[in-house]
Each structure stands twice: as structure tokens, then as C-alpha cells.
Design a protein around this ligand. Structure first.
Ligand code: DHE
Length: 553
């Protein structure tokens, strides 16, 4: 059973990728080398190489890395790389690869039968035996070429064209539809459903709250204006082939000025004008690992990014290298980057309640890293549990002190880290189990005005657990209630967001037949409203404008 638990993180990462059922495809134009395919004795044409690369990018790159050198999953290179205990794919041959892909493996690879067609599996058995296609260069010129300024700043309204309360707008991601819905949180009206690109991942809001930016797994950033009567897309740009995060400048004097894009592929930090999305600079993130390993890590993907409110910096987390990069944006064309060696692989994180400290999960080493942002220093690294996955985490307060909370993917554990000075600061002062067995939690959430802590179990294999959410009492840290999916709603419960007032919690249901956004009264824990119209397709992240702008979590 322990082994199953250990596999859960790998499995879950793969489930993320599988679950993306969109017909839309990421348009990565890898340049295939005809001669390599032929020289290796594998029959594969240039167009098949392109098709294989597209399948790999959409389905496999999240775990195995865009360049197939391995990340959370093993490498998939034709020949065993020096020092690796993992054979090359040529050693497995077409039969071995077919068996892995079709049936999955005990090490956590899922069965792709039924998800990929037989022809696609056949193609992948050949694609994986030849050298990976070269990822074409993508730098500032390519970003500039992709840039579309749809509505110039001078043609935009100077004040809202409506009397709605923008602070309580919600941006809701419809991941598989490649869309973002803007919902008025006061009236629950859908104001617009905007096309934002392949497998949208997260949203961030500008410091003024006027603009919402989305980023997707095609590296596309879409900028949406909330001042127009109907929210409108005003600019778009492709910052790379693949990405997971974007953030804006929030420090006084820099509000709504600059935007940072974190590239998974290529691995780089791009800075853009936040009013127009014009690219200003690109800095590759490749380099050595945090632990003194001399291996140069080319694929050094940028994971979470937060914007400091106390300094003109972003905190960008370089996953494979385990480096926390503090990016000073005062000179955006020549950003000054301070690298803080931390732990591998950095993933997601958020601020403590003061906004002075940033806490980020290093999920390959089961740790939470604490960074003192104004002083650009590592405070400490805390061992928590198997695969911490906090989202941005959440801040609560009770008789143990101010606590920042993380859930875990790999085990059933919530860890409460004390953040205020005094005995126990930066240690886990309490651990709590949720209902049932196993991990699979992705997100936690509370609000300064709430008495509750909400936790999902999205990637737990048990449908009863993954379709429910647990609500804990902040004062006692005891489980108060497990809320199952309301009637007529199914799928996995994922991600929470409070409204501005802090008295409603919005929960998404995705990967089912009857997805929805369910709105709970945070006090009574009763369903207030279910948003389940036709346009609601596999909803995932939800971002309230006020809370996102002010980092209320
Ligand atoms: Fe996410 C946050 C990466 C799969 C929904 N996800 C993040 C962040 C990273 C990340 C680095 C932090 C962004 C930040 O704060 O700046 N996510 C990845 C992956 O690499 C991964 C594991 C696999 C993949 O191939 O993408 C992955 N993520 C998923 C999902 O499957 C989820 C549940 C739905 C989806 O989009 O496919 C999902 N991730 C989210 C959401 C956030 C997020 C909603 C933002 C949480 C927040 O409150 O800030």
C-alpha cells in the first residue's frame, strides 16, 4: 500500500495530462531532422515526426520534459545517457514501448489505451526510438512576431463603461474549451466567455484590477479588459511553446506596468509591457542545480511566480534547478536577477500573511522553502510530507499562531507552518488528516474573515473522495464537514476561491459528465448556487479580482 502511495505523485501528474481532452492542439513547430530518423533505422517520415512531437508535447512532456531528458518521469532518449540507470528507448524496442504505452507501468505510467488511438501508439513507438526533434529557438523576436495588440491603449475607455463591481468579478477557466468566463460575483451573471487558447492554466490580475491575464499550455498570454461593458480581449502574445505562469508588477509606482511570463519551453523569463504585451526582454533560466550538482540543466522550467507588494520584484521559481530567482523589474530590459539556491523541484507557493515571506513547495524533496523577499534571503527549508502541493497555500490564525497551510499530493496530510515570530516559527506546529485514505489534494483555501479551511482531494483515486471537499474548523483544526458533489453535478472537485466579502466559496467540478462551478455559503456550508450552463466546460481555476490582486488567501 505504501508503494501505491509513493506512486501517487507520478500518477497524478500523468492524470493531469491525460485529463486534457481538448481537440485543440498545441501548435509547436519542432523542426524534425529527416536524416536522424532514417539513420537510426526507424521508418518515420517528417510529417510523422511532427505528429509525434505534437502528441508528445500535449501528453508526455509534463512528466518526461519537453526535450525528453526526464523530469518527474524518466528520460525517453534512444540511448541510455551517461550515468543514467534507465535504458534507452531503443533497448525497449517497438514491442516494449508499445506495451508500456498501451498498458502503463507499475512505476506509475498510466495506460494510454483508449486515450491514444492504436495508430497514434504505433507512431509513438517509432517516434520515441529516434532522437528528439530539436525545439526551434524562440526568443524575443519570435515573441514579437506573435504579438497582437488588438485594442491600443488610446482606444480603450479611461474609466469603466458600467457600474458593476469589478473587484468582485471572477475569471473562471474552462480548460478544455480553451476559454475564460468572466462572471459578476455580485449577480452571478456571465459577462463574457473569451477564447484564450489551448488548455488555459492560470489567471492573474493587474495591480489595479482592471486587467485579467491568462496563460495556457500553448504559452499564449491573453489580456482582458474589465472596463468595457462586456469584458474584451485587448492583446495577445505567445511567450513560448509551453508555460504555466504569468504575473504582473504590483509594487507602488509600478502598478499595471510590467508583466512576467514563466516559460516551461523554452525555459525562460520574459518581461512584457503590461499595457500592451509588447515584449521587453527574455532571460534564459538554464544553469546549474541548487545542490552544487555540476550538471548544466538546460530544461529549467519556470514554475510559480508571485509579485511582491513590498519591493519591485517578482519571485520566479526555477523548477528543475531548485533556484528561487528574485527578479528586479526596475530596469525591465536588463532585469537584475538574484538566485537563491533552495531545493528541487520547485512548484507552487504563496505569501505568508505579512507578504514579507514567500513559501514554495519543492515537491521532489518533500519540502517547503521559505524566502525572505525584501532581504532576498533563504530563511529555511522545512520537511513536511510526501509531495506538498499548496497552490498558493492559505493563511489562517488560531491559538497556535499565524499558520500557513499546505496539503500534500502523496499522502493524507495537511501541514500547518507557524509564520509569526516566537517559539516554533517556521516549523510544522500541527499535522492533520482529512477524511478517508490517501493523498491527492491539490489546493487549500481560507479567507481572513472566514472560520473555515477548505481542502480538495482532486487526484485521490477514490471517486467518493475526489468528488468531495473537506471543511475544517480553523480554531480547532478538526474536520467539520465533508461536502459531496451536489445532485446533478459530478467529476472531481478542484480549486477554491472566495468572493471579495469572504462569505462565499466557489468550487469547480471538472473531468466528469456534469461539470459545474458550485458556490457555497461559507458560514452555513450550504449550496447557494450552481453555475452549470452550456458554456461551463471542465471548469478549473477561479480567480476573484480583489483577492488575486491583493494576494488574499
Ligand atoms: Fe497547475 C498552479 C504547474 C496540472 C490547475 N500549476 C500551478 C502552478 C504551477 C503549475 C507551476 C503555480 C502557478 C503560480 O502560482 O504561479 N500544473 C502544473 C503542472 O506542471 C502540472 C502538474 C501538469 C501539467 O502538465 O500541466 C499541472 N494544474 C494542473 C491540473 O491538472 C489542474 C488541476 C487543471 C489544469 O489546469 O489542467 C491545474 N494549477 C492549477 C490551478 C493553479 C495551478 C488552478 C492556480 C492555483 C492558484 O490558486 O493560484
Amino acid at each position: 500500500m505504501k508503494n501505491t502511495l509513493k506512486l501517487l505523485p507520478i500518477l497524478t501528474l500523468i492524470i493531469f495530462t491525460i485529463s486534457c481532452k481538448s481537440d485543440k492542439k498545441n501548435e509547436v513547430n519542432y523542426s524534425a531532422k529527416k536524416d536522424i530518423a532514417v539513420a537510426d533505422g526507424v521508418q518515420i517520415s517528417e510529417s510523422e515526426m511532427k505528429q509525434g512531437a505534437a502528441i508528445f508535447f500535449d501528453r508526455c512532456a509534463g512528466c518526461h520534459g519537453s526535450s525528453r531528458k526526464g523530469a518527474t518521469g524518466p528520460h525517453l532518449l534512444p540511448v541510455r545517457p551517461e550515468g543514467s540507470d534507465r535504458p534507452g528507448t531503443k533497448e525497449f524496442g517497438a514491442d516494449g514501448l508499445r506495451a508500456f504505452i498501451t498498458n502503463g507501468t507499475a512505476a506509475g505510467m498510466p495506460e494510454w489505451r483508449g486515450i491514444l488511438t492504436e495508430e497514434e501508439i504505433e507512431l509513438m513507438t517509432r517516434f520515441l526510438q529516434v532522437d528528439p526533434p530539436v525545439i526551434p529557438p524562440y526568443g524575443i523576436n519570435e515573441i514579437k512576431d506573435s504579438w497582437k495588440l488588438i485594442i491600443p491603449v488610446s482606444d480603450r475607455p479611461t474609466k469603466p463603461e458600467h457600474s458593476r463591481n469589478i473587484d468582485n468579478y471572477f475569471g473562471v477557466i474552462m480548460r478544455d474549451a480553451g476559454k475564460v468566463a468572466i462572471i459578476d460575483g455580485d449577480t452571478k451573471e456571465k459577462l463574457a466567455v473569451l477564447n484564450t487558447g489551448f488548455a488555459v492554466h492560470i489567471l492573474r490580475t493587474s495591480a489595479s484590477g482592471r486587467y485579467i491575464y491568462s496563460v495556457g499550455r500553448d504559452g499564449r498570454i491573453t489580456m482582458m479588459d474589465m472596463y468595457t461593458d462586456v469584458p474584451t480581449i485587448v492583446a495577445e502574445v505567445k511567450g513560448g511553446f509551453d508555460a504555466r505562469s504569468v504575473e504582473v508588477s504590483k509594487f507602488k509606482g509600478y502598478e499595471d506596468k510590467y508583466l512576467v511570463f514563466g516559460g516551461y519551453s523554452p525555459s525562460h523569463i520574459a518581461i512584457l509591457d503590461a499595457q500592451t504585451l509588447e515584449p521587453l526582454s527574455v532571460t534564459p533560466t538554464a544553469g546549474n542545480a541548487c545542490d552544487g550538482d555540476k550538471e548544466f540543466i538546460e530544461e529549467a522550467r519556470v514554475a510559480s511566480i508571485v509579485a511582491s507588494h513590498t519591493d519591485p520584484v517578482w519571485i520566479c521559481n526555477v523548477k528543475e534547478r531548485g533556484m528561487v530567482d528574485i527578479v528586479d523589474y526596475t530596469d525591465p530590459r536588463n532585469p537584475k536577477i538574484t538566485e537563491i539556491p533552495a531545493a528541487r523541484f520547485l512548484h507552487d507557493g504563496g505569501f505568508d500573511s505579512t507578504g514579507h515571506y514567500f513559501l514554495v513547495a519543492a515537491n521532489a524533496s518533500n519540502k517547503i522553502v521559505v524566502i525572505d523577499v525584501p532581504n532576498k534571503k533563504l530563511v529555511t527549508i522545512i520537511e513536511t510530507g510526501n509531495m506538498p502541493h499548496p497552490g498558493r497555500g492559505t493563511n489562517i490564525k488560531n491559538n497556535l499562531g499565524n499558520l500557513w497551510v499546505t496539503s500534500h499530493l502523496g499522502e493524507n496530510k495537511l501541514s500547518f507552518i507557524k509564520t509569526n515570530p516566537g517559539d516554533g516559527q517556521w516549523t510544522v506546529v500541527k499535522e492533520v488528516e482529512a477524511a478517508g485514505f490517501g493523498g491527492g489534494a491539490l489546493f487549500v483555501k481560507s479567507h481572513p474573515k472566514s472560520k473555515h479551511l477548505w481542502v480538495d482531494r482532486t487526484l485521490n483515486p477514490d471517486a467518493k473522495l475526489n468528488s468531495a471537499v473537506d471543511v475544517f474548523d480553523i480554531a480547532t483544526l478538526e474536520l467539520k464537514k465533508t461536502l459531496s458533489a451536489p445532485e446533478g453535478v459530478d467529476g472531481r472537485a478542484v480549486h477554491f476561491e472566495y468572493n471579495k466579502a469572504g462569505n462565499e466559496v466557489w468550487v469547480s467540478y471538472f473531468m466528469g459528465e456534469n461539470g459545474a462551478v458550485v458556490i457555497y455559503d461559507d458560514k452555513t456550508l450550504k449550496v447557494k448556487q450552481i453555475i452549470q450552463e452550456d458554456w461551463v466546460e471542465n471548469p478549473t481555476g477561479k480567480f476573484n479580482v480583489y483577492n488575486t490582486t491583493h494576494d488574499v488567501y
